[in-house]
Design a protein around this ligand. Sequence first.
Ligand SMILES: C[S@@+](CC[C@H](N)C(=O)[O-])C[C@H]1O[C@@H](n2cnc3c(N)ncnc32)[C@H](O)[C@@H]1O
Length: 196
Amino acid sequence: MDAQAWDDRYAERQQWSGDPNALVAELLADVPPGSAVDLAAGEGRHALWLAGRGWEVTAVDFSAAGLARGRERPGAERVEWVTADVLDWSGPGAPVDLVLVAYLHLPPPDLEDLLARAVGWLRPGGRLLVVGHDVDNVEHGVGGPQEPAILHGVERLAPVAALLEVDRLARVTRQTPAGAALDTVLWGRRPVGARR
Ligand SMILES: C[S@@+](CC[C@H](N)C(=O)[O-])C[C@H]1O[C@@H](n2cnc3c(N)ncnc32)[C@H](O)[C@@H]1O
């Protein structure tokens, strides 16, 4: 979907719950606040949640309509909102403590290239958290995009994981009102001593 299609979708109605994804909230619950980039932030549910916990967050998305929904929410003034295509965005001005990428689905090699660049935006020890629909969700889960080529998977994210000290790379189940959905999670740290 291009930016116009996402704008149309966001203009129609709020798309996601205002709450963070449960796994995102669980993994980040005990991480001390610092600087963060929320790539493809949409309506900003994660950016706003992080900002509420003391993080300095830059939320990037190419849908101005999506970001506009986030900007209307309480606490929005604590987030820096950037309307940009993540594939063109030059990255944060200084190394960050966290890059979060939630449910951004791009064909190869765009996703792989973007995530490798995102690792380079982290300070040594900084964390990358990627969560998205797993390719097996098409046959064995509910919801989400149905084109296998853009979906995540442990194998697909393995080359990005190889750039990190990995705490978790796995297929996980997410309960939804419609049934169980399958996601992939990549959660790791940029090695201390890695070159920028
Ligand atoms: C499924 S939504 C997820 C939004 C948010 N991360 C969340 O979890 O609530 C996917 C988002 O990716 C954005 N997106 C897709 N391709 C993009 C691109 N090339 N550059 C910037 N944003 C993009 C869309 O505008 C949309 O807001």
